[in-house]
Design a protein around this ligand. Structure first.
Ligand code: ATP
Ligand code: MG
Length: 598
């Protein structure tokens, strides 16, 4: 491609709206243009990068035995209602109305449509295992689109779905995708880490996220310095810790008036107590119900979840615990009004001792909060807190025989740096990452909801186990730039495999012998199949060099008078500090060696 023929609107200025390097560089290098919040046009350089990433993804999907399809964006919203996801997705789901007044969802992901597709054509165990994938535009009405294409409302995703009839099959399909993901990110030149992620119905080790470490990542990763465990904070387990519910009080229980103090920080300042010496009590309700939803009129169970004031309750952990212990199906943060009217819980001021005297309430406490030390806590009364709360006196003795049954010490909070690792002797360390891919064992969630079953060898209907596997194609691009080795103060440094062009030829002036040699190299390299950009513009050399650095082409060949006097051109890898003179006759071989590691 000749520079003069294409459109590469480079910018010297850093656009004001862009705060992270990848967003700034994608705008400045003329890869993308914002059209609306979270919606971007891809300009000629941008689409070339996107295509290269897609090609790598396709090759690896095909290589792993997945088969490509292409599903529509518009989906019957009823299918989303059948799986309960219309509600679960909430406002993130774009819903449009057609001219007949019918609602259609714009796919943020395609589990429903894919399950329906397989249901239509697959009826026998002989037709599985089957893994289908597509690369397609997804729509999500993100609460906060930001950081350019890192979190947009319209983006390209590769999504794959596997169908199996037994766990062994699912495990195999999952592993095939997992390994393909490793190859994809390696080929894209990315340094990635794999973390355990929240796993939903199958539990255990059923979900992994592929993360690019970056200070601008929106995900928090905890890794053991012992090396054997890394997880998303949403899922990260915490190793064993000692606790003490039997120790003696530090003083008389003292009631303190704390008017209008809403947060733990405010209350702490007001009472002159550090958050780590306060107890935070969050009320959960577990409603009974059936497949049609919760039954709010039926009696429900309540759980007071207690963590230290400087810790955060992990809702998924709480839900998992309540589901496994009491079989609760509809577990959620308690509604403030319901909690007050039904059980007298004063949300915001609840303390663990509210459990005493209740019939269907339990306490679930994190080990770090289950200590005999000075505690401040809610007083179970609006605008009041207590000092010197003590587990033995105020809860255990009050519950008497039922204490063991009603007070459960368990891991129910988000892990933080310094926590013991659950898998090795190490201590957890915290970092930030960008989620570029996600593999997930779904189990029968969608096949059950949408009635997908196949006949086994004995002609008996059996459920279908699914997995889903997503990769954010645009996010890969931004993540590559976000990485430390992805840019410097002069611009982008592309990994060669996804660079828009592999080589840029920069004649100092596009005239005379310089033009002749540049054109000749351009023709020969193109013929060799190299992606080459010819800077044929009548710009000053400084402008050309700056642009070449900004758009980050891996190799620059500079053709100048001085070099040509010795039949040499200048050879400069983007990431290298210095250039090197190469004899004209050696250029093709050297380019080949540089690109193909020969
Ligand atoms: P996030 O937690 O970042 O919102 P997610 O977990 O909701 O993402 P998935 O449903 O797992 O995303 O989607 C699969 C992949 O699609 C993600 O791993 C990510 O790479 C990409 N992706 C998701 N949301 C966006 C978005 N708004 N913009 C760009 N890429 C996205
Ligand atoms: Mg995800």
């Amino acid at each position: 491609m000749r520079w003069s023929q294409t459109l590469i609107p480079t910018m010297r200025q850093v656009p004001g709206e862009a705060v992270v390097p990848s967003h700034q560089l994608m705008l400045r290098a003329g890869l993308i243009q914002q059209v609306a919040s979270g919606a971007y046009s891809y300009l000629p350089l941008g689409i070339r990068v996107l295509r290269k990433v897609m090609q790598i993804v396709r090759e690896e999907m095909d290589g792993a035995g997945a088969v490509e399809v292409f599903l529509p964006t518009l989906q019957p919203v009823e299918w989303w209602e059948q799986t309960g996801r219309r509600e679960a997705y909430g406002e993130n789901l774009f819903v449009v109305k057609d001219r007949h007044g019918r609602e259609l969802a714009m796919g943020p992901t395609h589990e429903e449509v894919m399950t329906q597709l397989v249901k239509a054509y697959v009826s026998s165990y002989r037709q599985v295992p089957l893994t289908l994938y597509q690369i397609q535009t997804k729509f999500r009405d993100e609460f906060r689109p930001r950081f350019g294409v890192l979190r947009s409302r319209e983006f390209q995703m590769k999504d794959a779905y596997s169908f199996d009839i037994d766990i062994e099959g699912l495990d195999k399909s999952y592993d095939a995708m997992y390994n393909a993901y490793c190859r994809i990110f390696e080929r894209c030149g990315l340094h990635y880490v794999i973390v355990e992620a929240e796993s939903g119905p199958i539990g255990g080790n059923a979900s992994h996220e592929f993360m690019i470490p970056s200070p601008h990542g929106e995900d928090t990763i905890l890794s053991s310095d012992g090396g054997d465990y890394a997880a998303n904070v949403e899922k990260c387990e915490i190793g064993e810790r000692a606790y003490d519910l039997a120790g003696e009080p530090t003083g008389e229980l003292e009631r303190v008036h704390t008017p209008g103090q809403a947060t733990i920080e405010d209350v702490g300042k007001f009472m002159k107590v550090k958050p780590k010496n306060m107890l935070k009590t969050i009320v959960f309700e577990s409603m009974s119900g059936d497949e049609n939803g919760p039954q709010p009129d039926q009696p429900s169970h309540w759980a007071l979840v207690v963590v230290r004031g400087d810790h955060e309750v992990n809702e998924a952990k709480v839900r998992g615990l309540i589901e496994s212990r009491w079989g609760g199906k509809y577990v959620a943060l308690a509604d403030e009004r319901r909690a007050r009217e039904r059980e007298g819980f004063e949300i915001g001021y609840v303390g663990p001792h509210a459990v005493v005297g209740k019939q269907s309430t339990a306490v679930i406490v994190d080990p770090d909060a289950a200590q005999a030390q000075f505690w401040a806590s809610g007083a179970n009364e609006a605008d009041h807190h207590v000092k010197h709360f003590n587990w033995k006196r105020d809860v255990m003795d009050g519950l008497g025989d039922r204490a063991e049954e009603l007070v459960i010490v368990a891991d129910v909070r988000n892990a933080v740096a310094g926590d013991p690792s659950p898998r090795d002797e190490g201590v957890m360390v915290e970092s930030k990452g960008i989620e570029v891919g996600h593999v997930f064992k779904l189990g029968t969630k969608y096949s059950d909801a949408l009635g997908l079953k196949v006949a086994d060898e004995e002609q008996k209907e059996c459920p279908v186990l699914m997995g889903c596997y997503g990769i954010g194609v645009n996010r890969i691009i931004a993540a590559a730039l976000e990485a430390e080795e992805g840019h410097d103060d002069r611009g982008i440094i592309w990994p060669t495999a996804i660079a828009p062009y592999e080589v840029v030829i920069t004649p100092i002036r596009y005239e005379d012998r310089m033009k002749e040699v540049a054109d000749d190299l351009y023709a020969k390299l193109s013929e060799q199949g190299v992606d080459v950009l010819q800077d044929d513009r009548a710009e000053r050399p400084g402008v050309k060099f700056n642009d070449a650095d900004l758009i980050g082409i891996p190799l620059r060949i500079t053709v100048g008078d001085k070099g040509l006097a010795n039949d040499e051109v200048e050879f400069k890898p983007r990431a290298a500090a210095d250039a090197e003179m190469v004899a004209l006759g050696d250029v093709l071989d050297r380019v080949d060696a540089y690109l193909n590691g020969g």
